[in-house]
Design a protein. Structure first.
Length: 286
């Protein structure tokens, strides 16, 4: 906190913001210590000012930290009158990223999910949309931002953790009955261009075809399979030909490879191997 509230900004301040942001998200005791700190007032004023900083990691970290400050300060950013601007800001940070800090997309993805998917436990296993996220699909920038977010799956290395975070936010949105169809429809409408023939759906299918053994992070092909299932179901439910977006043979080969995954009970990958079979069966049902 001392590094953040310095009058003269130090070059490592953005990293201090990101670290404090992650600590606050993971620990209630850290949030309590921030509020009890003798420098809390100076810190809260500084965080509000940093919302207009020119560094994306600083801005998105400030948005997260504001959520843990007192209600009066928090409502300045997350009130109904301003929440659409907050959403657009976080989407922009996720889409643009930050070459100087790999944590930028991680924090933006996590914040988007918390703004839309309720963390409150319910009797039903179906996730519930938050009060802040109930109007997100009506914002004029929503479809474009979903498409640009999905486009990251075309340009990012699927082995990187940044790709995992992109899958996380899209899957979180698809888990909500209110958002699943508009999110999938937006991704499916992303058309290839002369400069880039690969669509997000084809990139997702390519990532889904990676075997558990070849994946740097075994979660990635599983998440890709799950997202592909949502997209295929949306396309079929709309009554439009599936072959408009993916070749049947490619999809069948993908399902075949997934359901025929070898299960090696003596290896630590066995959990992921079983999950790959499950995801393959879900895709086949779609």
């Amino acid at each position: 906190m001392g590094e953040i509230t310095r009058e003269v900004e130090v070059e490592w301040m953005p990293y201090c913001m990101a670290i404090l942001c992650n600590l606050a998200r993971r620990s209630k005791s850290v949030c309590g210590r921030i509020k009890k700190s003798s420098s809390y007032k100076a810190f809260s004023r500084r965080v509000i000012k940093l919302l207009s900083h020119d560094s994306r990691i600083v801005v998105v970290s400030s948005l997260v930290l504001v959520g843990y400050l007192e209600e009066k300060v928090r409502d300045m950013v997350y009130c109904p009158q301003n929440i659409h601007e907050t959403f657009q800001c976080v989407f922009n940070v996720l889409i643009m990223g930050d070459g100087d800090c790999l944590m930028t997309r991680h924090i933006a993805s996590d914040l988007l999910r918390r703004l839309v998917v309720s963390e409150t436990q319910t009797i039903s296993s179906t996730p519930v949309i938050t009060s802040t996220g109930k109007d997100v699909m009506n914002y004029p920038f929503f479809t474009r931002c979903i498409q640009q977010t999905a486009e990251l799956l075309v340009v990012l290395d699927p082995r990187l953790e940044e790709a995992v975070k992109v899958y996380d936010v899209l899957l979180a949105f698809c888990s909500l009955p209110q958002l699943c169809s508009p999110v999938c429809a937006a991704i499916l409408k992303y058309a290839p261009t002369e400069a880039r023939l690969t669509t997000p759906l084809l990139a997702i299918a390519s990532t889904a075809s990676i075997s558990i053994e070849d994946a740097v992070q075994p979660e990635i092909p599983l998440k890709a399979l799950r997202l592909l299932t949502y997209l295929v179901k949306e396309k079929l439910d709309s009554g439009e030909p599936l072959c408009d977006v993916i070749v049947y043979e490619q999809l069948l080969a993908l399902i075949d490879a997934a359901v025929k995954t070898s299960v090696e009970t003596s290896k630590p990958e066995v959990v992921y191997q079983c999950r790959r079979i499950t995801e393959g069966l879900r895709l086949a049902e779609g």
